[in-house]
Design a protein around this ligand. Sequence first.
Ligand SMILES: [Zn+2]
Length: 450
Amino acid sequence: MSTRRTFLVAGAATAAGVAAVPGPATAAAPDRDLQRILREIDPARIEAIVRKLVSFGTRHTLSSQDDPIRGIGAARDWIFAELQRHAAASDGRMTVEQQSFIQPVSPRVPAPTRITNVIATLRGSVTPERIYVVTGHYDSRVTDVMDAVKDAPGADDDASGVAVIMELARVLATRRPESTLVFAAVAGEEQGLYGSDHMAQQYKDAGADIQAMFSNDIVGTGNAHDGTRNDPRTVRLFVEGVPTSETAAEANTRKSTGGENDGPSRQLGRFVKDVEPDGTNVRVIWRRDRYLRGSDHISFLLRGYPAARFTEPRENFAHEHQDVRVENGIQYGDLPEFCDFGYIARVARVNAAALWSLSQAPGTPKGVVIDTTQLTNETTLRWQPGTEPDLAGYEVVWRETTASDWQHSLAVGKVGTVTVDLSKDNVFFGVRAIDSSGHRSPVAAPRPSS
Ligand SMILES: [Zn+2]
């Protein structure tokens, strides 16, 4: 577990009506259920999934939808059958669907084309209305993004991500997460994020309460095969700063008093880092994505959902979006021989720790505001009390405005408001919920009350 340094200053804080004992800003160690889940994630099964997906020749979005052997339709049907098999072990809690729509003509789609997401939903046992989504994209491409014919093995991009969500679905189908977990193989990513765009819009239209979404895209190896050091424990997590969905009013507040490092996706990044399993290193990158690149998390960010993207530590661009060929003695192409299945299993464990911890913890506090009705040198925070049956209370967290991560926390009990004797002008505040087992929610940053 990562251990957070805590800087305690005696008497730095008092909270109205509660004992003012600042505690560590550290998340709990993995509970026994999570430890078992992490152990069950199997590199051999992940390898079998990647090789099977590669065996369909191409999974290009414009390739055959009804050839039983080659093309994206065969891959779709196989993923669907596998997820249904996992769902059979779930005692009815997991359902699997093919979410299809017709993508109209667009720059990378020359004729109306059916795109299908394969989605396994594991219904939460306590708060099913709260949803956490994880995706990989099963479509693939070669050098010419319009070429649906050539072999496009897409082992790293993104059979690796699909293997993550399928292995998670298998292991978690037998569990009873408190909140709903969604494991999705989306398509149309390389043509313009179309599958995830449709999926996110469906959720938005239904008013779904998605509190986190993760795209696993290019999570195949810590070895760039370019002579640099293998980095088999590190996975990058890209989290945006200023929210993609920021409104003009929110921008005005931010320009005045800051908050560019406190959007919901940044809080999600801090949470994932807090619960990273032993033997893994989540390198959080404060960007929406890499230069010139994007992934399916953007579809969710556009709808205002907290979202982030996992990707390997250093890419080899000869192995992505390339025709399979040898040129000047260099092997090009996205081949399974460049994948490290133990690495993909580690990434799956990082995802499992994040999803399980999110699901078992209370939801992110809602309606968190900082009272700005008058000028004072103290801080009053208010929020909507949650309704989870095992909710134990709340913690107020804060940090210096120049610090990247929370430095102090204060347990304030099961309340909906607290006043802290610290100036809101001098530090950044947040609020998180904690349950009776010690599971903490992600932090919510306050908005001004007026
Ligand atoms: Zn990709």
